[in-house]
Design a protein. Structure first.
Lengths: 255, 447
């Protein structure tokens, strides 16, 4: 008997809400609990769109197909409801929220994850936040900075992983977390993700990336190639190496 | 609608007239009586500003102010007792414990004054202006409605100078540095009235003081006109912070006319927070008249329903090496409306001046509206000036980002708004003010 997959995307078609052009043109993807998957593909192939639709971004409109999370159709759920069910997206381009400190943001988010009537223990939270920052080799003062405000590219990406570490999702989608990171930061982030996965082996990770770099540190169970809004090939980790040497040319669909 | 009786000057009514001024002045010293009557003459001969004037373009007084329906609130001896105070006033004061002194004004009459003994013995004076006319006539005669906000400044400045009933005088002698703020709580309860109050702050050389003025009232069913004239003097090297926290109820028309005069190497910062009232108009003129003077001018407003806020600011640089930095930020919900009109004027000879001006608005509904009119007039050549204005809406990507971490939409909005406004408060982090203003706005966002 097979377990219900944590994520099941079936024949997903999608477009930008007030435009006609289809971006996703029939995506099929299944992730079992605890697995690590990678999606690779050229720029503009629809990887971020897929990630944002899974997280519930209102700018994108699914026109056909399904997204099931632990068996539940989530396309009608608001982004915050999905987050509280355990879906997390590490953004390719995190936005700046001036005036809101990371600590305040995370405290509010943690509180939102609790049941109604339950109060977050602030001391506990503080300890956890510090511990998670240590895991990612971050200075404690980082928590007082305003969310992404004036951050370097690398700081933004690290901040995404910090949030992931604090919120402990069941499904983490990491959209090009490796871009903008130097090799040291990349190692810190990769080790952080590996530790999170070790803490909770049921956590499922979907890594979206351009390059093989990050996959040298976090070995995926499955690799998928996305081109033109579809998954055109799936395989094991060796597929990533193949792509690294041969590029995506072989998959370019004739127009 | 303001219908004026034929044959009478504009704004003269059955209540607001020369007899009222004479009655007020009856027992007062000659100089004051004369000053009031002169102010009245200015009032009479000045027309009510119409929308045709640039400064009043967005606030149509013929629609927003009904002078002839207002009655004057005569001065009366009032006592403040905590037990009998309205709950709004009590809770406002409860969070103000740490203070150098506290003054309570009830319906236009100063009802209690407390000042730390140690400061009193150093010569700090915190008192009602009415009693200072007797106790410190020289100071009052020299500075009340003369240099800073004289009757000649305009129609309503003249009206206030003619009809003020009481107010607050704070004098900090040379070199006295106060660690904790002076807090003023003003409560207005009578609907349909016109109230005229003044604030005069004089910080002598090298002194330091911060002053928080909070004005509150219940909602009114009839228009209530609250006029405040604020005069602040920072002598050489003094450091002054003036904070106005306006929390009037609906139905109130708040008119606050402020002028700050900063001498050599002084720092004179202001923060105007407008949360209440149906109409709130602030005229603020910061004059940097001594070399090396510095003024931060901060403003924050939060409007909803049909609230109307109009800010009219002026940064006058008259001396070299002066700096002013203005930041006004507001969020508007419902059909609320905000106007910001600001002028930086760098006078000839005010070389090596830095003058900045920023107004940012966040619209939380489709019907809210903000107009922003920054302006520069520069007569000197060696200056650094900038001005900027924005009117924007909540960004969907910001909300999505926060929601994707589990925050419900309303909470995400709250966080973005508080973050947006928080920048202003963080620039003048005075004990208690940040917490108080934040929690009021958060409560309103929650409602
Ligand atoms: N908000 C949007 N508005 C218009 N076009 C968009 C939007 N988001 C994505 N697209 C288009 O959809 C395609 C896929 O984009 P994206 O999902 O970001 O690709 P990837 O992440 O693989 O680089 C691109 O052609 C892009 O221009
Ligand atoms: Mg992308």
């Amino acid at each position: 008997m097979s377990e219900i997959p944590i994520l099941e995307v079936k024949n997903l078609h999608a477009k930008v809400a007030d435009e006609d052009t289809e971006i996703l043109r029939g995506v099929d993807l299944t992730l079992a609990k605890g697995e690590i998957h990678a999606i690779m593909g050229p720029n503009g192939s629809g990887k971020s769109t897929l990630a944002k639709i899974v997280a519930g971004h209102p700018a994108y409109e699914p026109t056909e197909g399904q997204v099931r999370y632990l068996g539940q159709d989530v396309l009608e759920l608001d982004p915050d409801e999905r987050a509280r069910l355990g879906i997390f997206l590490a953004f390719q381009y995190p936005v700046e929220i001036p005036g809101v400190s990371i600590a305040n943001f995370m405290r509010t988010a943690m509180q939102a994850h609790l049941d109604e009537g339950e109060e977050l223990d602030l001391f506990d939270f503080q300890d956890q936040l510090l511990e998670r920052m240590e895991l990612l080799d971050m200075d404690p003062s980082f928590a007082e900075r305003h969310v992404n405000d004036g951050f370097s590219g690398g700081e933004k990406k690290r901040n995404e992983i910090l949030q992931m570490a604090v919120l402990r999702p069941k499904l983490a989608v990491m959209d090009e977390t490796d871009s903008g990171l130097d090799i040291d930061a990349l190692q810190v982030v990769a080790n952080g993700v590996k530790k999170l996965h070790a803490e909770d082996p049921e956590m499922t990770v979907l890594i979206i990336t351009h390059y093989q770099r990050l996959l040298n540190y976090i070995q995926p169970d499955h690799v998928h190639v996305m081109v033109g809004g579809r998954i055109v090939r799936s395989g094991g980790p060796e597929l990533a190496e193949e792509l690294e040497t041969e590029g995506y040319e072989q998959f370019r669909a004739p127009a | 609608m303001s219908v004026t009786t034929p044959g009478l000057a504009e704004g003269v009514t059955e209540q607001i007239n020369r007899e009222a001024v004479e009655a007020l002045a009856a027992e007062e010293p000659g100089w004051l009586r004369e000053r009031r009557l002169e102010a009245w003459s200015v009032y009479e001969s000045t027309p009510i500003p119409s929308k045709k004037l640039e400064e009043w373009r967005y606030t149509d007084l013929s629609k927003k102010l009904s002078l002839d329906e207002l009655s004057l609130l005569p001065w009366a001896e009032r006592q403040f007792s905590e037990a009998n105070a309205p709950s709004e006033l009590r809770s406002a004061m409860a969070s103000d414990r740490a203070a150098s002194g506290h003054l309570v004004e009830l319906d236009g009459s100063v009802a209690r004054v407390d000042l730390q003994d140690e400061l009193a013995s150093k010569g700090v004076l915190l008192t009602s202006i009415r009693s200072a006319v007797q106790s410190h006539p020289d100071l009052v005669e020299e500075l009340l409605a003369t240099e800073a906000v004289p009757a000649e400044s305009g129609k309503f400045q003249a009206l206030n100078a003619a009809l003020w009933t009481d107010g607050i005088l704070l004098h900090v002698p040379r070199g006295v540095r106060m660690e904790l703020p002076i807090r003023v709580s003003r409560w207005i309860s009578e609907a349909g009235r016109a109230l005229f109050s003044r604030t005069l702050i004089v910080a002598d050389e090298g002194s330091r003081v911060s002053f928080v003025d909070e004005v509150l009232s219940p909602d009114f069913t009839r228009q209530t006109f609250v006029s405040s004239a604020v005069e602040v003097f920072a002598r050489n090297g003094a450091q002054v912070q003036f904070v106005s926290l306006q929390r009037l109820g609906r139905g109130a028309f708040h008119l606050s006319q402020q002028r700050t005069l900063a001498d050599n190497d002084s720092t004179l910062d202001t923060l105007n927070v407008s949360l209440g009232g149906s109409v709130a108009r602030i005229d603020l003129n910061a004059e940097l008249r001594g070399a090396g003077a510095n003024s931060d001018m901060l403003g924050l407003y939060f409007g909803e329903e049909d609230q109307h806020f109009d800010h009219n600011t002026r940064q006058d640089h008259r001396a070299p090496h002066t700096k002013s930095d203005l930041l006004y930020k507001g969020a508007l919900d419902g059909r609320a409306r905000a106007v910001f009109r600001g002028i930086i004027k760098v006078h000839r000879g005010a070389q090596q001046t830095d003058a900045y001006q920023t107004n940012r608005n966040l619209l939380l509904s489709n019907e809210a509206r903000a107009d922003s009119l920054p302006n520069l007039e520069i007569e000197a050549d060696d200056v650094r000036c900038s001005h900027g204005a924005t009117v924007g809406q909540l960004d969907q990507d910001h909300l999505f980002y926060l929601m994707s971490r589990g925050l419900p939409r309303a909470q995400a909005e709250r966080l973005v708004v508080m973050g947006f406004l928080g920048e202003v408060l963080s620039r003048l982090p005075l004990g208690g003010v940040v917490e108080k203003v934040s929690s009021i706005i958060e409560d309103r966002l929650r409602a």
